[in-house]
Design a protein around this ligand. Structure first.
Ligand SMILES: [Cu+2]
Length: 337
């Protein structure tokens, strides 16, 4: 007896453990099941309705199959008897119920669509322009002279229009906790609405295969209280200042000597390259290379020496920068806040 009880308790613990192990995955930085906006909430609701509905349909069909198998056992079926459309069971189960299910899903979907669709032009006070590139996201705040990459900072509880376009192939902009996906189609601008209900960091991801490094084309949406957002915007508008120490000055010189300036822009300096992300405020970002690495001294060094190791096929070549120069270069980049 005691033994049985113990086994039950153990299997109960295993079941609870399994549920707990799965739950964090549903409340992560990037889960459609942990919505943080009205639009994403409605999408999640629709998903739950579909999940529960399909579970019920699956259970009923399985039960009917079992009944059919068990009832037929031993008896000889009369061929052709049960398959006429006039048979009420066929009419209800094969036509009536599917029609009700499909029409309900259609109505629910059509009612969810408007909540997730783009804002009317001019309906929001803030617009952000995002350009997809193989394999990073260029982010601009038009009229505010702010350019950054792979990180959108937005004010909490304010509707923001994200206008997307692409410079090369098709990409898709998707922040699962905030709204639907929106495709980036060459030669065509589209929009999606973001409105975060609470401050936080929401991870996004390219959701349309766009080449070798598609999987390493992530980004973050950082939602902040309005006054912090305004302070961020004010900092981002400022061009880079002059290096404050000789070590940083050395880093700046290494930057210009090592071909970096040909591909990267640092506002306030002669670096006006456009092949890679704008580095004017690199130090203020959380990640580098579209979420592939942390924005730390160690990862910056590893990235500059061998980008191809982390993102094979990336448009940034590996560059040989000797140890001391590299240290100065990384310190200079980190000072760009
Ligand atoms: Cu992609």
């Amino acid at each position: 007896m005691a033994r049985v009880a113990k086994t039950r308790r153990v299997s109960g613990t295993v079941a609870v453990g399994a549920v707990l192990a799965v739950t964090p995955a549903c409340s992560s930085q990037q889960s459609t099941l942990d919505p943080a906006s009205d639009s994403a909430g409605r999408i999640a609701d629709l998903w739950w309705v579909m999940l529960v509905g399909s579970a019920v349909v699956f259970a009923v069909v399985t039960a009917l199959v079992l009944v059919a198998v068990l009832r037929r056992r031993g008896a000889h079926a009369e061929p052709g008897r049960a398959s006429r459309l006039g048979d009420p069971l066929i009419a209800i189960g094969g036509v009536g119920i599917p029609a009700v299910v499909l029409v309900s899903l259609f109505v629910l979907t059509v009612r969810t669509l408007p909540v997730t669709s783009a804002p009317a032009p001019g309906a929001t006070r803030l617009r952000i322009e995002v350009t997809g590139r193989q394999w990073f996201w260029e982010v601009r705040y038009p009229g505010r002279n702010v350019v950054t990459a792979n990180e959108l900072v937005i004010p909490v509880d304010v509707p923001v229009e994200v206008r997307v376009s692409t410079q090369d192939v098709i990409h898709s902009f998707w922040v699962p906790r905030l709204n639907r996906k929106i495709d980036l189609i060459p030669g065509h601008a589209s929009s999606v609405l973001l409105r975060a209900e609470k401050p936080g960091v929401y991870r996004g991801q390219c959701a349309e295969f766009c080449g070798l490094q598609h999987a390493n084309m992530a980004f973050l949406v950082v939602a902040q209280p309005p006054e912090r957002f305004r302070a961020w915007l004010a900092r981002e508008r400022r061009p880079a200042g002059r290096p404050r120490t000789p070590a940083l000055e050395r880093g700046r010189r290494v930057f210009f000597r090592s071909a970096c300036a040909g591909c990267h822009r640092i506002a306030g300096t002669a670096a006006r390259g456009d092949a890679g992300p704008d580095l004017t405020h690199l130090g203020a970002r959380r990640t580098i290379a579209a979420g592939t690495l942390e924005n730390t001294e160690r990862d910056l060094r590893r990235w500059i020496l061998d980008p191809q190791r982390f993102k094979p096929g990336s448009k940034m070549p590996g560059l040989e920068v000797p140890g001391d120069d590299l240290r100065a270069l990384v310190a200079y980049l980190r000072s760009l806040e």
